[in-house]
Design a protein around this ligand. Structure first.
Ligand code: NAI
Length: 339
């Protein structure tokens, strides 16, 4: 089924641009602007078809609505996708054409980086539009704030289960990229013990951690499992093998299907909804746009942990999963229409 025929596609706006001069083929999807202009990164990927790209844009922009709402920032959900191989087709003229495309929407959608794009790419898009975020001078890579948000939520989840700090907790991290590697450093500083895995062995260099094969990281005898690589890692096959009692990680779309949240709950595993755990990066972009510094970001990241505490409390009272309770909080904030 085409994504636009799916009854779940309740988007405000989906726009396609095909520009022969630059070779740009791109889609911008705006899910909701109930809380403010739509914000979300621009992904560059060699999608085989327009339908595949559309499906991604629709899914990812909806996710951004939930992430902004749960993080308490005044933005709606949007996402852009460019059908191109980032290694070979991401030319400055393509990026400028994308910037011009963003500009045609007059601020309805604000773009930034995502998988396949860098801050430098966003700077080039910014030559053609003011509606870009995440490239202000004086800020580091926003992945550090994403990792810090994961850490805050992890500390909250662990405390809710044990009453303790992360000092001495054993955390298994899947993926040591922008987010996972920074999270690993923060956890070591907090006194945690680490087991890690990455398909790129060089990523583990110099880290005080036990290393296991990527295929086994989810099944390590750890206190906490932290997916920081791929989506769909929590599924009917992996969940029965989990030894950890808590899952908190930076990866997007960790649940393969909504029923996997129930599978985790039935096993007594506390799951921090991914879009809450990994909202730190978008929180930083919000404060960058306000010209505020890292003190404001840090204070806001603490509120992610407060939200998780409330999610856990509500799930305990209602019998719903933490994923369902987080969705309810987000939907109440952006005013999801009843189906
Ligand atoms: P990245 O590409 O820098 O890092 C991912 C790491 O996972 C790489 O080192 C890769 O080799 C490794 N990896 C891939 N497959 C693996 C496997 N099967 N087992 C173990 N390791 C594997 O990506 P980044 O930026 O760290 O993002 C990680 C996740 O967090 C992604 O799902 C991303 O969408 C999500 N995310 C990232 C944000 C950010 O600020 N960077 C913000 C919100 C979400």
């Amino acid at each position: 089924m085409n994504a636009l025929d799916d009854p779940e596609t309740d988007h405000e706006l989906v726009v396609v641009r095909q520009d022969a001069a630059s070779g740009l083929r791109a889609i911008i999807a705006v899910h909701s602007r109930a809380l403010g202009p739509a914000i979300g990164g621009c992904r560059v990927s060699p999608y085989a078809t327009m339908s595949e790209a559309l499906k991604d844009a629709v899914r990812l922009s909806r996710g951004m609505t939930y992430k902004c709402a749960i993080a308490g920032i005044p933005y709606g959900g949007g996402k852009a996708v460019i059908l191109a191989d980032p290694a070979t087709h991401k030319t400055p003229s393509l990026l400028r054409a994308m910037g011009a495309f963003v500009d045609t929407l007059g601020g309805v959608y604000i773009t930034s980086f995502d998988s396949g794009t860098t801050r430098d790419d966003v700077r080039i898009m910014g030559e053609a539009t003011a509606f870009v975020a995440g490239i202000a001078e004086g800020y580091d890579d926003a992945s550090a704030s994403t990792a810090a948000g994961v850490l805050r939520c992890m500390a909250e989840a662990w405390h809710s289960r044990t009453g303790r700090t992360l000092n001495g907790a054993h955390v298994a991290i899947q993926g040591l990229g922008n987010v996972g590697r920074r999270l690993a450093g923060m956890l070591l500083d907090a006194g945690a013990r680490l087991t890690v895995a990455d398909v790129l062995r060089g990523r583990m260099t110099g880290l005080d951690a036990q290393v296991v094969e990527p295929a086994r990281i989810h099944a390590v005898e750890a206190d906490i499992f932290s997916p920081c690589a791929l989506g769909a890692v929590l599924n009917a096959r992996s969940i029965p093998e989990l030894k950890a009692r808590i899952v908190v990680g930076g990866a997007n779309n960790q649940l393969e299907s909504p029923t996997d949240a129930r599978r985790l709950g039935d096993r007594g595993i506390l799951y921090c909804p991914d879009y809450l755990a990994n909202a730190g990066g978008i929180v930083e972009l919000h404060h960058q746009r306000l010209g505020q510094g890292y003190d404001a970001v840090a204070a806001h990241l603490l509120s992610l942990a407060d939200t998780l505490r409330e999610v856990i409390r509500r799930a305990g009272a209602s019998g719903l999963t933490t994923a369902e309770e987080a969705d309810r909080i987000a939907e109440a904030r952006f005013g999801k229409r009843a189906a």
